[in-house]
Design a protein around this ligand. Structure first.
Ligand SMILES: [Zn+2]
Length: 111
């Protein structure tokens, strides 16, 4: 088994603020450069360095749907299935939440 390469991150971990990590990847799924690291303090996996906000915003606005979904505008049935998935996620955790809770669904896909 190959040993992980220990690195010092360019930005600290968002959870524990440590900067020592193991390198887990150097390319995204399309083969483009993207360094992915695993924090040695808490195990959070994140991109380092993080893409600039303007780069992320342009990417998600212009290319994300086409590259990852194969279309730019979702078909109505796909949107409907996304809503059903979101409602299912809410139903699963609803009993754990206070009535006034605000919830952020990270990686929610269709939302
Ligand atoms: Zn951490």
């Amino acid at each position: 088994m190959k040993r992980a390469t220990r690195i010092t991150t360019e930005v600290p971990c968002n959870l524990c603020k440590r900067s020592d990590a193991d390198l887990v990847g150097t390319r995204d799924r399309r083969g483009r450069p993207l360094r992915t690291v695993l924090c040695r303090g808490c195990g959070l996996v994140f991109s380092d360095p993080r893409p600039k906000d303007a780069v992320n915003e342009a990417y998600y606005r212009e290319r994300y749907r086409q590259e990852y979904k194969g279309f730019f505008t979702p078909r109505p049935l796909q949107a409907y299935r996304g809503v059903l998935g979101a409602l299912d996620r809410v139903a699963r955790i609803e009993h754990l939440l206070r009535p006034d809770a605000a919830v952020l669904d990270v990686g929610s896909g269709a939302g």
